[in-house]
Design a protein around this ligand. Structure first.
Ligand SMILES: [Zn+2]
Length: 379
C-alpha cells in the first residue's frame, strides 16, 4: 500500500512525483486536470509522501493525519466561496513562512487556487517567488491557464488526465470494497470522476438524482413537458446542493458556539457573546457563499450528465465503437438516436453548453434551463 495507490490511471504523474521525492525539492507545484481527475487527491498524496518518513506508506500516523487533514505541518486551504480574498491569503502566506514543527517540510495544499482574486494572487506570488526554505506549495486548478502567468511560470506543473473507467473501478473495488460490476457501471456513468463514481455506487439518493436528470431527454418532447423537465432539473440540483450544505452548516455553527463557551457564566461572558455574534455573522456569510457555489456546481454537474447522454446518442448514430457513459440506458439511447439525426444531436449538445455558459454569467437558473430544454424538445 502507498498513498499513490488511490491515483487511478495517473501512472505518469505518479512516476514524476516519486522521482521528485528523491531529488532536490521544487518549492512550488501546480496540479491541473479536469474536474474529477483527482488533482487534489494527487496533491494530497504528494503531501503525505513529503511528510511521511517512508515516502508515503499510507498507514503510519503521519499519513493518517494527512488523510484526516489534521497534520501539524500541512496547511490545507479550501476556498469555500466563489473567491478567495487578499486578507485570507496574507494570513496564509504568514503561516507558510514558518518552519515545520516536526519533519522536513511544511506543506501548503491550496485547492481551487484559481479562485484567488487578483490581489490575492499577487500576495501569493511573493510567497512563491521567495519560498521559505522548508516550505512546499501545492496549488490545484483546472488548468494552468486559470492562474496568472507569473505564478504558473514558477510552478512545476503536473497534468492529470481523466482516468479510464477500469482504473476508477479498480480503486472503488480495492479501496471501498464495491462489487466490480457495480463499480465499473458507476465509473462509466461518472465519466472518470472518481468521487462521483463512488457516490453513485454507494448513495442511493445520488443514483436516483442521476436517473431524474437522464429522464429529461425522454420527457422533453414538446413545449409543456420541456418546461416541466426544466423545473424538475433545477429542483433536483437544488435539493442535492441543499442536502450537501446542510450536512456541513449546523456542525460548523455548533463548533463556533462551543469555541465561544456559550452557556457559561462569569466575568467577560457578555463581551465574548458580542464577539460571537460577529463571528457567527461571518460564518453565515461564508456558508451562504458556499451554498451558492455548491448549487451552481451541482446544476453544472447535471448538465454535464445530460451532455454525456447526447454524446452517447451521437456515438450510437455514428455507429462508433466507443465506450458509452450511459450503457445502462441503452434502450433510451437507441430510441432517441433512431428518432433524430446526428446534426440535431449536435445542436442539442450545443444548447446544453450554451446553458452552462449562461449560468456562469448569472442568468437565473430556471430561465437558462428552460431555454435549453425547449431547444432539446425541438427535433
Ligand atoms: Zn506514512
Amino acid at each position: 500500500m502507498s498513498v499513490f495507490d488511490e491515483l487511478a490511471g495517473q501512472e505518469r504523474v505518479v512516476a514524476q512525483l516519486r522521482g521528485a521525492l528523491a531529488g532536490a525539492m521544487t518549492h512550488a507545484w501546480l496540479f491541473t486536470g479536469p474536474p474529477g481527475s483527482g488533482r487534489s487527491v494527487a496533491a494530497r498524496a504528494f503531501a503525505a509522501a513529503l511528510l511521511c518518513e517512508n515516502g508515503g506508506c499510507g498507514h503510519c500516523p503521519s499519513c493518517r493525519q494527512v488523510r484526516a487533514g489534521t497534520h501539524a505541518d500541512l496547511l490545507l486551504v479550501r476556498p469555500e466561496g466563489l473567491s478567495y480574498g487578499v486578507r485570507q491569503t496574507r494570513d496564509l502566506v504568514l503561516k507558510a513562512a514558518g518552519a515545520p514543527s516536526g519533519g522536513r517540510w511544511l506543506v501548503v495544499l491550496f485547492e481551487d487556487a484559481d479562485r484567488c482574486t487578483e490581489q490575492a494572487a499577487n500576495a501569493l506570488l511573493k510567497a512563491i517567488e521567495e519560498p521559505a526554505p522548508r516550505t512546499v506549495w501545492l496549488l490545484c486548478a483546472p488548468s494552468a491557464e486559470d492562474l496568472v502567468t507569473t505564478i504558473r511560470s514558477r510552478c512545476r506543473v503536473m497534468t492529470l488526465r481523466i482516468p479510464p473507467s477500469d482504473a476508477v473501478a479498480k480503486v472503488l473495488t480495492e479501496r471501498d470494497g464495491i462489487d466490480p460490476a457495480a463499480a465499473l457501471a458507476a465509473a462509466r456513468a461518472a465519466q472518470g470522476h472518481i468521487g462521483r463514481a463512488r457516490r453513485l455506487a454507494t448513495d442511493a439518493e445520488a443514483a436516483k438524482r442521476r436517473a431524474a436528470v437522464l429522464r429529461v431527454p425522454v420527457q422533453a418532447t414538446s413545449l409543456g413537458p420541456a418546461l416541466a423537465a426544466a423545473a424538475s432539473l433545477v429542483k433536483t440540483a437544488e435539493d442535492e446542493a441543499k442536502a450537501m450544505t446542510e450536512q456541513l452548516d449546523e456542525p460548523e455553527r455548533e463548533k463556533l458556539r462551543q469555541a465561544f463557551g456559550e452557556g457559561s457564566t462569569g466575568k467577560g461572558v457578555a463581551k465574548a457573546m458580542r464577539g460571537m455574534t460577529g463571528a457567527m455573522k461571518d460564518l453565515e456569510d461564508r456558508q451562504k457563499s458556499r451554498a451558492t457555489r455548491v448549487k451552481r456546481d451541482t446544476l453544472d454537474g447535471a448538465l454535464l450528465d445530460l451532455a454525456a447522454f447526447y454524446r452517447d446518442v451521437f456515438m450510437v448514430q455514428l455507429n462508433a465503437d466507443v465506450e458509452l457513459a450511459n450503457a445502462d440506458r441503452a434502450d433510451d439511447l437507441r430510441r432517441i438516436a433512431a428518432g433524430s439525426t446526428p446534426e440535431a444531436t449536435l445542436h442539442r449538445i450545443q444548447a446544453i453548453m450554451r446553458c452552462r455558459e449562461r449560468l456562469t454569467l448569472n442568468v437565473a437558473p430556471l430561465l437558462a434551463v428552460e431555454e435549453m430544454t425547449i431547444s432539446l424538445s425541438r427535433s
